[in-house]
Design a binder for this molecule. Structure first.
Ligand SMILES: Cc1cc2nc3c(=O)[nH]c(=O)nc-3n(C[C@H](O)[C@H](O)[C@H](O)COP(=O)(O)O)c2cc1C
Length: 175
């Protein structure tokens, strides 16, 4: 168990993964964490599709033009969905769950990367969301927010340099 502040410092987007499988126990811990995520009015507006099959991971990796190829090398993809009929703030709910998934993965020593799907497009101009919906049989009105790619880390990244924290973003009292 890492100190929480240290966990935030060392979490970096990992886009290269080893061949080692993620244990069933780790997957359970990650999903348990996601299911503890806060949601507006406790709407539980999110749902998750877990993908481990290599061929499906490779297909997910082509859902958009940029920034999704890394999914092909992941051991697990968690596709994060939200239901706009359950909450008008499903994007916030689903984003919090996605963040929690990444932090729980880091705490377990795993690497992860958020791959944006909502509002993104494939090479041919097809909506990435429609592509993922069709591939995984996701019914309407569920919306696809993102894919979290996960695996054991095959790259080392420097922790966040707190000397470079963007303190100019913080306004005291008023803008
Ligand atoms: C909303 C959101 C969408 C992102 N989409 C992608 C993506 O599609 N592909 C990708 O490789 N990384 C994606 N990222 C990861 C960011 O590029 C990364 O978090 C940022 O560059 C900071 O690097 P770090 O996570 O290593 O601190 C996304 C992150 C967020 C929060």
């Amino acid at each position: 168990m890492k100190d929480f502040h240290e966990l935030l410092r060392v979490r970096r987007s990992t886009r290269k993964y080893t061949d080692e499988e993620i244990s069933a126990e780790d997957v359970k811990t990650i999903m348990e964490a996601a299911l503890m995520a806060p949601s507006s009015k406790r709407s539980l507006s999110w749902e998750f599709v877990l993908v481990e099959e290599k061929e499906t991971l490779e297909r997910l990796a082509t859902c958009k033009e940029h920034g999704s190829k890394l999914v092909a090398g992941a051991k697990l993809a968690i596709v994060v969905l939200g239901d706009p009929m359950k909450s008008d703030v499903w994007i916030e709910d689903a984003s919090i769950a996605t963040t929690i998934i990444q932090l729980q993965a880091e705490e377990l020593g795993l690497g992860s990367c958020w791959v944006q799907v909502r509002n993104r497009f494939s090479d041919s101009g097809e909506s990435a969301e429609d592509y993922v919906r069709e591939l995984l049989n996701i019914p309407l009105p569920m919306q696809v927010l993102a894919i979290v790619a996960l695996g054991h880390k095959a790259e080392e990244k420097a922790p966040f340099d707190t000397e470079k924290a963007a303190w100019e973003k913080v306004h005291i009292g008023q803008w």
